[in-house]
Write a protein that binds this ligand. Sequence first.
Ligand SMILES: CCCC/C=C\CC(=O)SCCNC(=O)CCNC(=O)[C@H](O)C(C)(C)COP(=O)(O)OP(=O)(O)OC[C@H]1O[C@@H](n2cnc3c(N)ncnc32)[C@H](O)[C@@H]1OP(=O)(O)O
Length: 319
Amino acid sequence: MGQVQSRLTISPTPTKLAWMMHLRMLTTMHGLCEVRQCSKRWKNLCPQTKNLQKCQMSSAGSSEMLQVTVDDKSGIATMTMCRPPVNSLNLEFLTQINIALEKLENSKDCSGLIITSKIPKIFCAGLDIMEMYQPNVDRLQEFWRTLQEMYIRLYGSQLITAAAINGASPAGGCLMAMSCDYRVMAPGYKIGLNETQLGIVAPFWFQDLIINTMGFRQSEMALQLGTLFTSEEALNLGMVDKIVPQEQVMETAIQEIHKWKKIPGFARQITKSALRKPSIDKLHSKREEDIANFRDFITKDSIQKTLGMYIESLKKKAK
Ligand SMILES: CCCC/C=C\CC(=O)SCCNC(=O)CCNC(=O)[C@H](O)C(C)(C)COP(=O)(O)OP(=O)(O)OC[C@H]1O[C@@H](n2cnc3c(N)ncnc32)[C@H](O)[C@@H]1OP(=O)(O)O
């Protein structure tokens, strides 16, 4: 990381200042001051741990949602999601993820990142549907901006990134995994962009991401049908790169990052940037329009009705 001379521009809009103001506003609004402090005192947090700098990020008064560790020796960070029951992505959780991504990106000690889950059988259930149902419009827009930010940070990261998919990974969970450089998945789970099955539409940058990952023809079928693929189907389509038994998912991701680390970092990063920059720039240039489209779409009566029915069906199934 120390030798990197050129970095992909992560976030021209909002500017760094605007982003800091955005974080400050969120931390004030949602009591995330501990996260900011934690983020600032990254190195000093766990002096008792010898090999690991451990940052337990928790919003004030609630349980830990995101655990971030960096292995001193290898420089590989692990970001473990733990937001019961299903790691769904709400505004606060996304904000914590973004803060952690920013911190890791700027850390000279970190060269790789693995994203995984602590919740048994779930990687990430996608967006928290409750953020979209009967929403407060200001929060809804902030939520979407924060999701855009996560995608920009993760897809545009200079780190070697891997998703250790140890459970179900629909919709936003699939977005998160596909934004990484490499995906290792355990057998017997489902992954995909199932938005149309909920009566909602994956925005252009979700579409671009899946097309970039597995080609146009397979993507247009998968997106229209809202297909959730088995691990094995996802492997055949190139949506994931390897399937290994559940207990080997993390170790395999670590080994893969070690393999990637052997490639000269500067060359790898410039190549990654060249390949991914057009998609990221496209979102930057249409960011406000995309937020407005999302707001106008989600707040339609018909969409609210459909989301309400989907929530009911999930609750019935859970009983
Ligand atoms: C223009 C809009 C574009 C939007 C772009 C992206 C959209 C999204 O990401 S929308 C979210 C899409 N996600 C899903 O459709 C997943 C729905 N969930 C499931 O399929 C299952 O819950 C899952 C396979 C993840 C796990 O199954 P189980 O282990 O059997 O758990 P349960 O189904 O019993 O669920 C437990 C509990 O969690 C609640 N839940 C599940 N998913 C979500 C979610 N995405 N958001 C919020 N809450 C969720 C579910 O309702 C249960 O709640 P309780 O009934 O209160 O226990």
